[in-house]
Structures are given as structure tokens and as C-alpha cells.
Design a protein around this ligand. Structure first.
Ligand code: EPS
Length: 390
């Protein structure tokens, strides 16, 4: 499967086209809208989320609630567009109109794509960069992820993203019973964190950052349960499942790092405390005593839950001034005030869930390769049985 997205943050709409979704997959607008709503929530979001109510239109590839096998086309309109029709207009404009419209952005924000994007594409007005580099685009990536999650649900695979850390406050209690309980509890938390006490402290930290005109980042985790063993491959660099998951995680706006299982901690421990011992039972087949490697060995799924974490830096659009240079005058300046979220880590955990779901669904469709969801299902069942008895 593959997908592309298009659209600017304050343009008319965001669009995604997904190719290769197996025919027969049940899919409705409600499936997608539920995840779009989850992404919009979270303590620390700015005023833009009060303007938007993200709802998807499915404009191709689905008939009577089922995927046709043809490209699926998704559209989410930007409600804010009505305030931007002049500045973001599509049609050519006269010089007179240009004077009226052009409030050129010539002051790049440190940490954003503004300066480098402007140099790369030759834009003197950095709005041409920031409109697309904005995390607004994650809206349709979540829509695409919702389709991927539908595929996985048919195959008995569940994916949940949650928040582990915000602004240095860590969830101490992460002892969830199962993935359903993890989802249930984090849905109720305004910061999508399993630990209720930590949730409150995280909210306080976000409020303090906001009062100080600052922003804070954090760590999100995605858990995948119900994986068959052997998805991905060790044979080639571009077929390793962990490398695809790592790439997907770091592709999210403002994400700077990724780890699996105990992650960087593995550098500080001897091998006997890192690797997961192999056990076998008649009911379960092969399984591991521990899951320190996060469900991945040799670029393949072990069948244990996949556990992948991503680090989000603080959003670089600040009310607090940082030093930068005006590209027209080359003079230093220290203050640009832009509307922004003080913390988008809770929303980012939904985005992380979506991009990981996409990579896993893609690897599975590729590997158990049929154009029909019913045949993929049969194939996975056979694979599960085969590996149990192996
Ligand atoms: C963003 C800036 C803010 C955020 C936006 C990402 O938007 P605006 O510039 O309109 O105030 O709210 O996030 C979203 C719109 C979204 O849907 O997540 C940025 O500069 O990246």
C-alpha cells in the first residue's frame, strides 16, 4: 500500500489518497472521525482546535461501507479557511491585491522548517513553507491510520498510543492489565496518560509553560498486540520492520528520537539482562519470558507486543522570544508572536498510533499479499497455526 497527502494548514482542505487497501474491508466515516476527534483533544492545545471540527469525507474507493480495492480518497476541510481565503487564495492576484494580501513572513522561527524551507524552495515569503510544514497535516495522516487500524482490527491486531512523559513528568504507574484497559483509561485522561496522578502533574506543567510563554515536549509510546510472528524480514535493510517503524515515528512533526522495548537502556545492561528467553506451550506456541526488546528481533515481529516510543521536542512556535534574523534586513530580532499550542504531546500520541498502525498494516498486506481482506485473514490464521506448531 502507499499514500500521499496534500493541503496547507490554512488552505481549503487536506487530502489523502491511499492505494492498495484490500477489497472488502469494512470502512465507515465514523471509524475515521472517531480518531480525528481523539487527535483534536488534549490539554495544552491552542485556539485553532476550537475553530476546527475535523470530519472526513470519503470521496473515492468505498461503496456501501466496503473498500473496492481502488484508491481510497479522503478529504478533511479546514474550517479556518474562511478567514484565509485572500491570504491563501489559489488564483493569481493583481499587484494591487498583492499589497493588500501580502504580509510577508520574513522572520524564521528557530526550530521550525521556515528558514531552510525558504532557502531550499526560494520563497521570500516563509508562509509558503510553514503552511505545509505545519502539524495540521497530521490530521489526514490520522485519517489514513484509521483505515490501517480497520485492516488490523479484522486480523485481531490492536494498536494504542499513550503518553509516558510531558515536560519531565513521568508516568510512574504503567502497569496496565491489557491493551483494552490501557485504551479505556488513557481516553479519560486529558493528557492521554495511564497514570492519573502524573496526568494532573503534566497538566500543571503545561499550564506553567503556557503562562511563561513557553512550550514543552514529551515521550509517547505505541503498543501493538496480536501480531503474528515473522512480519518484516532480516534479509534486507529496507524490509526490517523496526526500521520502518522508526522512520514512521521520526516522520511526525517535532519528533527527534525513537526506541523499542527497553531502548537506550540496553546500552547499560549485560546481554543476559537484555535478551528475552524463549519458551513454548501447547496453547501459545513460542513466547518470551520478558519483552525487553519490544516485540522485535532481527527486523521481524516476535509475536510479543510491539512497544515503540518516540520523543517529541517542545513546539518551536513560542510566545517567548528567541534570537533570529530577518531575511530581508539581515537584522537580528527577538520577538515574533504566533498562535500556537503550548503542548501537543497528547495529540501526537494519536498521530504516533496512526503512523505505526499504517506501517504494520502495510507490512502485513505486503507479506500476506492478497488483494482481498478475507484471503489475508485466512493466510494469517494459517501462519499463526504453523508457527505455533513449528
Ligand atoms: C501549528 C500551529 C497551530 C496549531 C497547528 C499546528 O495552528 P495555527 O497556526 O492555525 O494556530 O494549532 O495544529 C493544527 C492546526 C492541528 O490540526 O494540529 C504549526 O505551526 O505547526
Amino acid at each position: 500500500m502507499r499514500y500521499l497527502t496534500a493541503g496547507e494548514s490554512h488552505g481549503p482542505q487536506l487530502t489523502a489518497i491511499i492505494e492498495g487497501v484490500p477489497a472488502g474491508l469494512p470502512i465507515t466515516r465514523e471509524d475515521i472521525n472517531a480518531d480525528l476527534a481523539r487527535r483534536q483533544k488534549g490539554h495544552g492545545r491552542g485556539r485553532r482546535m476550537q475553530i476546527e471540527k475535523d470530519l472526513v469525507q470519503i470521496v473515492g474507493g468505498v461503496r456501501h461501507g466496503k473498500a473496492l480495492g481502488s484508491p481510497i480518497s479522503l478529504v478533511v476541510e479546514n474550517d479556518d479557511w474562511k478567514h484565509w481565503t485572500k491570504i491563501m487564495g489559489i488564483d493569481p492576484i493583481t499587484e494591487e491585491e498583492e499589497q493588500e494580501v501580502k504580509r510577508q513572513i520574513s522572520r524564521p522561527r528557530p526550530g521550525h522548517a521556515d528558514l531552510l524551507g525558504a532557502i531550499k524552495y526560494g520563497h521570500r515569503d516563509m508562509r509558503n513553507v510553514l503552511e505545509r510544514s505545519s502539524a495540521r497535516e497530521t490530521t489526514v495522516r490520522v485519517a489514513v491510520g484509521a483505515v490501517a487500524k480497520r485492516i488490523l482490527a479484522e486480523l485481531g491486531i490492536k494498536v494504542v498510543g499513550h503518553v509516558l512523559e510531558i515536560g519531565g513528568i513521568r508516568a510512574e504507574n504503567t502497569d496496565y492489565k491489557n491493551i483494552d484497559e490501557l485504551l479505556e483509561v488513557t481516553e479519560e485522561s486529558p493528557v492521554r496518560c495511564y497514570d492519573k496522578e502524573a496526568s494532573l502533574k503534566m497538566m500543571e506543567a503545561i499550564d506553567t509553560a503556557k503562562q511563561n510563554g513557553d512550550s514543552i515536549g514529551g515521550i509517547v509510546e505505541v503498543v501493538v498486540e496480536g501480531m503474528p510472528a515473522g512480519v518484516g524480514s532480516y534479509v534486507h535493510y529496507d524490509r526490517k520492520l523496526d526500521s520502518k517503524l522508526a522512520g514512521a515515528m521520526v516522520s511526525i512533526n517535532a519528533f527527534k528520537g525513537v526506541e523499542f522495548g527497553i531502548g537506550f537502556e540496553a546500552a547499560r545492561k549485560p546481554g543476559s539482562e537484555v535478551h528475552d528467553e524463549i519458551l513454548w506451550s501447547k496453547e501459545e506456541g513460542y513466547y518470551r519470558r520478558t519483552n525487553r526488546l519490544g516485540g522485535l528481533e532481527g527486523g521481524m515481529s516476535t509475536g510479543m507486543p510491539i512497544v515503540v516510543r518516540g520523543v517529541m521536542k517542545p513546539i518551536p512556535t513560542l510566545y517567548k522570544p528567541l534570537q533570529s534574523v530577518d531575511i530581508e534586513t539581515k537584522e537580528p530580532f527577538t520577538a515574533t508572536i504566533e498562535r500556537s499550542d503550548s503542548c501537543a504531546v497528547p495529540a501526537a500520541s494519536v498521530v504516533a498510533e496512526s503512523v505505526i498502525a499504517w506501517e504494520i498494516a502495510n507490512a502485513i498486506v505486503e507479506q500476506f499479499g492478497f488483494d482481498r481482506i478475507d484471503l489475508i485473514k485466512e493466510n494469517i490464521e494459517k501462519m499463526r497455526e504453523y508457527s505455533r506448531e513449528f
